[in-house]
Ligand binder design. Structure first.
Ligand SMILES: [Zn+2]
Length: 349
């Protein structure tokens, strides 16, 4: 099979497409024909060397996988069958430890990172895969778990966004940001979307943002306060991290909830603890997606309530171009590779 192999961290050109053996599924594993694989910011930081956890070489990147089940190993539940369309979570879990049994599977001590989507075929533990309806395009379902599922975790299950609240979303045009805008709007909240790029404002309004604040200076909080009659927002969904933390926290209303979802560079933040308790603020860490959350976003997508935006689809041979596009931040929505090279009309583009 053909796969894009990374032999060492570095620039996009380090991704080299080569011919390697097709893997075979072992016990509890599933062989998937990869029809689409989203290029995520985790792929970018693993490729450029910023993210080192569990990274060994040679490596095949790609965790946002959708495709067709070809073969299942022993011990795979009967509801996963050859021919099924599936999409992936970001991690697989053991399924039976205390954390897995209490809805906290993304912190399972035996969790394993999903990778390998930049190839025609991939073998994954069955727990990493959830079946999707056959009529949803692969290019849209590939990012439902690691992007939209995490947004659902942040908006619904961690920050508990509800009707009539005001929600600030940072990195709003990004992979997690855009579905977070859609889901917060779907929850009945008024969404203020933060972006650096004025060209993305239309896409953000289309996703449900009531207001778009363009970041033109480090402290954008006066603009957010003006939109909320000086009160601030009830919830921050922060997919960017340290570059926007100070101004986003300043934008938070008294009794507000601040959900931390992403950290795009390694920078530290400084905060006087008194500012947290004077504001009665809650700081909330958002983890990865669970099977239940992924099942729920698939259902929302199937009902047309959530649409994964695809910036472009590219063949595996254009993996370098794909990484450049994601790293530069020029894409709105997902840049998607199509390793098994289905015809464009079959993947929804
Ligand atoms: Zn477990």
């Amino acid at each position: 099979m053909r796969a894009a192999i990374l032999h060492e961290a570095g620039p996009p050109e380090n991704l080299v497409v080569s011919e390697i053996d097709t893997p075979e599924p072992g016990s509890g594993e599933v062989l998937v024909q990869v029809e689409a694989c989203g290029v995520s910011s985790r792929d970018v930081v693993e490729r450029n060397g910023t993210y080192k956890r569990d990274v060994t070489y040679p490596l095949i990147l790609g965790l946002e996988i959708s495709g067709t089940v070809l073969e299942t190993g022993t011990g795979v539940p009967a509801d996963l069958r050859p021919g099924d369309h599936v999409c992936s979570k970001a991690f697989s879990s053991c399924g039976h430890c205390r954390l897995c049994r209490t809805g906290r599977e993304s912190t399972c001590f035996q969790r394993k990172a999903v990778r390998g989507g930049y190839a025609e075929y991939v073998v994954l533990p069955w727990d990493a895969l959830v079946v999707v309806p056959g009529d949803l395009p692969f290019a849209e379902t590939c990012s439902l778990g690691p992007a939209a599922g995490v947004a659902l975790n942040a908006v619904r299950d961690t920050a508990h966004v509800t009707i009539g609240e005001t929600v600030l979303v940072s990195g709003a045009a990004g992979g997690v940001g855009l579905p977070a805008v859609q889901l917060a709007a779907l929850s009945g909240a008024r969404v203020i979307a933060l972006t650096r790029e004025p060209a993305k404002a239309d896409a953000l309004r289309g996703a449900g943002a009531a207001e778009v604040v363009q970041i033109t200076q480090p402290d954008f909080s006066p603009a957010v306060r003006e939109l909320t009659d000086g009160r601030g927002v009830d919830v921050v969904i922060d997919t960017v991290g340290s570059p926007v933390f100070a101004a986003s926290f300043r934008s938070l209303a008294v009794h507000g909830r601040y959900a931390l979802v992403g950290q795009l560079n390694g920078g530290e933040v400084a905060i006087n603890p008194a500012r947290v308790f004077f504001k009665r603020a809650s700081l909330l860490g958002v983890g990865s997606v669970s099977r239940a959350q992924l099942t729920d976003v698939i259902d929302l997508a199937a009902r047309g309530l959530l649409t994964a935006r695809v910036d472009r689809t590219l063949p595996l041979d254009s993996v370098v171009e794909a990484h450049r596009a994601v790293e530069s931040g020029s894409a709105v929505g997902r840049v998607v590779l199509t390793p098994h090279s289905l015809a464009a009309d079959q993947i929804g583009r």
